[in-house]
Ligand binder design. Structure first.
Ligand code: KIV
Ligand code: ZN
Length: 386
C-alpha cells in the first residue's frame, strides 16, 4: 500500500508567537513565512487577524507573498473575527479560515457560560459564514483533549455538514496520554458521519512533555495533518515541535507516513526562528539542539569513532546540522583524545598516548571542555618532557 502523506500545518507565526517576549514585526514574519515555504510546509498559520492591526497587516502581506502553501488565519466563532480574517486573506492563492469554539465541559460551563446546544449552533454558524468567503474551512474544538468523545463527535458531525474541510482536535492543555489521544482520534474516525470527506488534524501542547508523542499517536490512528511550530515554541510549555514529528516519521518508515518537508533546512530554520524570536534553543533539544549530535562520554565516543550508528540514529547532514562532534571532557577516553589529536595532525599511540592522556585528564578535571588550543598546548608540553 502507498504511503499516506501527512500535511504539516505550521503555527509558529500564530500559536508560537503568542509566547511572551517572542513578538515579531511584519518584516520578520514575512522572512519566516518565506523560509517555511522553502522548508515545504503545507499550511502556514500566519496569525489571528482580528487581534491587532499589526497582525492583520502581517497576515495580509503573507497571503500576498505565499504562492505554494495554504495561508491560514485564526478566528473565534465570532462574526467580526471571520469577516476580518476573510479580508486579510483575500489575496491568498490558497486561503483557509480556522474558526472554532471550546467544547469541553470546563469551557462550555465556565468560559463560555452557556449550553452544549448553543456551542453546536455557534460552531455551525461560524463554519457557514467562513464558507461563504473561502472553500477551505478548518474547525477547532478547543480543549478537545478533555471533551467527552460523544459530544465531540456531535460537534464534528455538525460542522462537517456546515462545510468544514478540516477538523482540528486540540489537546489545548497538553493533558492527554498518547494512548488516550490516539483513541480519541480513532473514535472520531470510526464514529463521525462524513469524516472520510475531511482531514482530521492534531494540535498538541507540551505541558506534560507529550506533544510529539500525542501527535504521532494521532496520525497512527487516522489524523492526516499535524499542527506544530519550529522549535516547539508556543504558549506555556509550547506546541508540538515540527522538527521532531517530521523526523519521527522519517526515521520510522514502517509507519508508512510521509511529509513533504525538506529536512536539510531544519537546522537553519530553527536558528532563524530562535534568533528572530530571541528564544534560545535548549542545548539538549531533540534534532536541533547544540548537543543533538555531540558525544562526550568515553564509551559513546569510542563507539561513534568505530561506527557512527552505534550511538546516532540520524545522520546530522539529513537535518542540515554540522558533523557530529567528539567533545573532550574529563569523561572522555583515550580513543576520543587520539581521534581529536589526529584531526589536528598529531599521531599519538601506545605509550605516548597513555602519557598524553594522563596530562589531558589533569587539564580536563579543571575545565568544562578541552578545546583545540588546549590540545596544541598539551602537545607542546609533552614534547618538552619527552
Ligand atoms: O490550543 C488550541 O486549542 C489552539 C486553538 C485556538 C486552535 O491553539
Ligand atoms: Zn494551541
Amino acid at each position: 500500500m502507498g504511503a499516506h502523506n501527512i500535511q504539516i500545518f505550521d503555527t509558529t507565526l500564530r500559536d508560537g508567537e503568542q509566547v511572551p517576549g517572542c513578538k515579531l514585526n511584519k518584516e520578520e514574519k514575512l522572512v519566516i513565512a518565506r523560509q517555511l515555504e522553502l522548508l515545504g510546509v503545507d499550511v502556514i498559520e500566519a496569525g489571528f487577524p482580528v487581534s491587532s492591526p499589526g497582525d492583520f497587516a502581517a497576515v495580509e502581506a503573507i497571503a500576498a507573498q505565499t504562492r505554494e502553501a495554504t495561508v491560514c488565519g485564526l478566528t473565534r466563532a465570532v462574526e467580526n473575527d471571520i469577516r476580518v480574517a476573510a479580508d486579510a486573506l483575500r489575496n491568498a492563492r490558497y486561503p483557509r479560515i480556522h474558526t472554532g469554539i471550546g467544547t469541553s465541559e470546563l469551557h462550555v460551563l465556565h468560559k463560555l457560560r452557556t449550553t452544549q446546544e448553543d456551542v453546536v449552533a455557534r460552531a455551525v454558524a461560524a463554519v457557514k459564514l467562513a464558507k461563504s468567503f473561502v472553500e477551505d474551512v478548518e474547525f477547532y474544538a478547543e480543549d478537545a483533549g478533555r471533551t467527552d468523545n460523544e459530544f465531540l463527535a456531535r460537534v464534528c458531525e455538525a460542522v462537517i455538514k456546515a462545510g468544514a474541510t478540516v477538523l482540528n482536535i486540540p489537546d489545548t492543555t497538553g493533558y492527554c496520554l498518547p494512548s488516550e489521544y490516539g483513541a480519541k482520534i480513532k473514535y472520531l474516525a470510526d464514529n463521525v458521519r462524513g469524516i472520510e470527506n475531511v482531514t482530521l488534524s492534531t494540535h498538541c501542547h507540551n505541558d506534560l512533555g507529550m506533544a510529539t508523542a500525542n501527535s504521532i499517536a494521532g496520525v497512527i490512528n487516522g489524523a492526516r495533518q499535524i499542527e506544530c511550530t519550529i522549535n516547539g515554541v508556543g504558549e506555556r510549555a509550547g506546541n508540538t515541535a515540527l522538527e521532531e514529528v517530521v523526523m519521527v516519521l522519517r526515521q520510522h518508515p514502517d509507519l508508512n507516513l510521509t511529509t513533504g518537508i525538506n529536512t536539510k533546512l531544519l537546522t537553519e530554520t530553527s536558528a532563524m526562528v530562535s534568533h528572530l524570536m530571541q528564544m534560545p534553543v535548549q542545548a539538549n533539544k531533540a534534532i536541533v539542539g547544540a548537543n543533538a549530535f555531540a558525544h562526550s562520554s568515553g564509551i559513546h565516543q569510542d563507539g561513534v569513532i568505530k561506527h557512527r550508528a552505534t550511538y546516532e540514529i540520524i545522520d546530522p547532514q539529513e537535518v542540515g546540522a554540522p558533523d557530529s562532534a567528539i567533545v573532550l571532557t574529563a569523561r572522555s577516553g583515550r580513543a576520543a583524545l587520539a581521534y581529536r589529536l589526529q584531526k589536528l595532525g598529531y599521531a599519538f599511540g601506545g605509550q605516548s598516548l597513555n602519557k598524553a592522556y594522563a596530562s589531558f585528564l589533569v587539564l580536563a578535571d579543571c575545565q568544562k571542555e578541552v578545546q583545540d588550543h588546549d590540545l596544541h598546548a598539551l602537545v607542546e608540553q609533552e614534547k618538552l618532557v619527552a
